[in-house]
Ligand binder design. Structure first.
Ligand SMILES: [Mn+2]
Length: 316
């Protein structure tokens, strides 16, 4: 049991960490960890995502050790812990990017970070660090392309990070899923095609989800998932900065995550803005999505041994 046991210690007690996991200790060998990047100065509309990590930690108190959908024990198998937050620099996107990249560069003994943002600008420095071990393929869930060149003359914002990542050669194949926002012009679509991105629009997900899942599972090599919570319909995830109606249900989003069979090297859930949330539903969903991501990683890490031991324990 990696978590504080809710059967001994009620869910509303104890110090808040992701999934009620232990804080990471130096020298401990873990295969995955939770990390908060509470930065929201690169958002183009409603702020508040700086409070995302703490809200997601609070909501994650509901997570339990066994994930029936994926038949795995993600926290135990990955020996997962909570690494706290990166010391971001409010008011400076560039300084924060440096801090994030440096932070991840300095962690030696991890396989996969599971990150809570923050606005979407935080994904760029994460990719800058991860890609030092080779390009990663990207699955990007979002209602927006995030491929614009600049906002107000600024090149590093939550709407430009993907264009920068492609220009910097950090990513291999890129799949965008759930796209539906109104655009600045029809030319935006051409620009995305020119960048070589595989776009899966929201109607394709709604009409043929299985097809979308097999497309994603056909990706060869390492995969990083960046999930903007605004891919989910604001009816299910209202707590976000740039909401777009007509999106995925929480069940559809969870189902895609549960169906993935990829070599996952990390994941983020960004743009959760608790001041716009209702009854913690958005942060609750965000915590479950990270849990499903960790479960994908756990499945691929191999859980036979652990499941065997578990069965033996039950028998004795
Ligand atoms: Mn978005």
């Amino acid at each position: 049991m990696r978590q504080i046991d809710a059967l001994e210690s009620p869910r509303f007690t104890q110090i808040t960490t992701f999934g009620r996991l232990p804080e990471c200790k130096e020298g401990e060998e873990v295969k995955a960890f939770f990390l908060g990047i509470p930065f929201d100065d690169a958002t183009s509309f409603r702020p508040g995502a700086r409070f995302g990590p703490r809200a997601i930690r609070e909501a994650s108190r509901m997570l339990r050790p066994y994930n029936r959908f994926q038949d795995t024990y993600p926290f135990d198998i990955l020996n997962m812990c909570d690494h706290g937050d990166v010391n971001v620099v409010p008011g400076s996107t560039e300084d924060t990017m440096m801090k994030v990249e440096e932070w991840l560069d300095n962690v030696k003994d991890y396989e996969a970070p599971f990150i809570a943002g923050g606005d979407h600008s935080i994904t760029l420095p994460v990719l800058m660090s991860l890609s030092k071990a080779g390009k990663v393929n990207l699955i990007h869930f979002d209602s927006h392309f995030d491929t614009w060149d600049s906002y107000w003359g600024k090149r590093f914002t939550h709407g430009t990070w993907l264009r920068r990542a492609i220009e910097m050669g950090l990513v291999g194949e890129v799949y965008q899923v759930g796209i539906r926002s109104p655009l600045y012009s029809k030319n935006d679509i051409k620009e995305v095609e020119d960048l070589g991105i595989n776009v899966v629009y929201v109607e394709q997900v709604k009409e043929n989800m299985n097809d979308v899942i097999s497309k994603l599972n056909s990706i060869k090599g390492k995969v990083y998932i960046s999930l903007d919570i605004d891919v989910v319909d604001p009816a299910f995830a209202p707590g976000t900065g740039t909401p777009e109606v007509g999106g995925l249900t929480s069940y559809e989003m969870l189902k895609i995550m549960r169906s993935l069979n990829v070599d996952l090297v990390g994941m983020d859930v960004v743009e959760v803005s608790p001041p716009y949330d209702v009854s913690e539903v958005t942060s609750l969903l965000a915590s479950y999505l990270l849990y499903e991501g960790a479960s994908v990683k756990a499945r691929e890490t191999g859980n036979e041994e652990l499941l065997e031991n578990e069965t033996k324990k039950e028998l004795t």
